[in-house]
Design a protein around this ligand. Structure first.
Ligand SMILES: N[C@@H](CCC(=O)N[C@@H](CS)C(=O)NCC(=O)O)C(=O)O
Length: 224
């Protein structure tokens, strides 16, 4: 199976990239340079008409949406235990509920914290939007902070892709000035994720992409 991930460093494809690294499968990456408008070019839109990364190409066929990519990888590589071991339909549905919550509830708030200026034209509005997004994010994160008081990983004693998602959210928002002090257990969780070889390999791939973008003057930076 040929696997190719379209990504941009620092953005949400990191979650899929970590999952791919966890599978041990070999895969290629393709850098999408937002500042060069790569995501609006016909070649990319043919893969994902919504113009967003990640896209996972599987033998030339695209899968879009992080949750769909993660589900595909879990079914294709069951030994990687990306999702918790099959237990009951209820437990499976609850896990999926958490996963979709990252994609549908938290991710839009991440964007408002890291890049409010793409949502609203004037600077004052962007500052107000970011402040509101900080409040909304704190509310969303409280439940994970409580959960991590009692267990090392979001699904319990075993790592799962939920942890890759929280890793990315935390990386993104703290890089954009989110106050980490009220969330000591999430901070500790983030430190644990940094010890995983899959995360380190994904970071190395991203670092190479950042060097490429910087050399071309195409690296956007979230503003704190
Ligand atoms: N729901 C999608 C969100 C994908 C998404 O918003 N990707 C961002 C990067 S984190 C993107 O490509 N933004 C470029 C754009 O919207 O123009 C998913 O989970 O895959």
């Amino acid at each position: 199976m040929k696997l190719e991930l379209y990504f941009s460093p620092g953005s949400c494809p990191r979650v899929s990239m970590i999952a791919l690294e966890e599978t041990g499968a070999s895969f290629e990456t393709h850098l999408v340079a937002f500042m060069a408008g790569d995501h609006r070019k016909p070649e990319f839109l043919a893969r994902n008409p919504s113009g967003k990364v990640p896209v996972l190409m599987v033998d030339g066929q695209p899968i879009v949406q992080t949750v769909a990519i993660l589900g595909f990888l879990d079914e294709s590589f069951p030994d990687a235990k990306l999702f918790p071991a099959r237990s009951t339909p209820l437990a499976r549905a609850q896990f999926l509920g958490d996963l979709v919550s990252f994609s549908a509830d938290l991710h839009p708030i991440v964007t408002r914290i890291a890049f409010p200026q793409i949502m609203i034209d004037h600077a004052e509005g962007a500052t107000a939007l970011r402040a509101k997004a900080h409040e909304m994010m704190a509310f969303q994160l409280n439940r994970f902070e409580l959960r991590l008081q009692h267990q090392p990983w979001l699904a319990g004693q075993q790592w799962s892709v939920l942890d890759a998602y929280l890793h990315w959210v935390w990386f993104r928002i703290t890089g954009a000035g989110f106050d980490s002090a009220p969330f000591p257990h999430i901070s500790a969780h983030y430190a644990r994720t940094l010890e995983r070889p899959s995360v380190q390999r994904a970071q190395a791939r991203e670092a190479e992409a950042v060097r490429d973008l910087e050399s071309r003057g195409l690296m956007p930076r979230p503003r704190a």
